[in-house]
Design a binder for this molecule. Structure first.
Ligand code: ZN
Length: 76
């Protein structure tokens, strides 16, 4: 399951923004999903990860669940 909030912790407080990207890194040719990030923190996350990992990937999240919920609501 995808976390409901951005994975960034700022001043010991979790960012409560809705995530916009799935963050994954490549280690030994294997992709590892390491968290999710909101659009505001994407650049920060990228900078932090680029120090440690060669390949960092941000996959945009499409709000499938939300869209489905809205569509089913419209049908009622
Ligand atoms: Zn955030």
């Amino acid at each position: 399951m995808i976390p409901k909030h951005c994975s960034i912790i700022n001043n010991k407080r979790n960012c409560l923004n809705v995530p916009s990207y799935i963050v994954s890194v490549k280690v030994d040719n294997e992709d590892y999903m390491i968290g999710v990030v909101c659009s505001i923190h994407k650049d920060i996350m990228e900078k932090l990860l680029k120090v440690k990992y060669v390949s960092v990937d941000f996959e945009p999240l499409h709000y499938i669940a939300t869209k489905c919920a809205l569509e089913s609501m419209n049908k009622v």
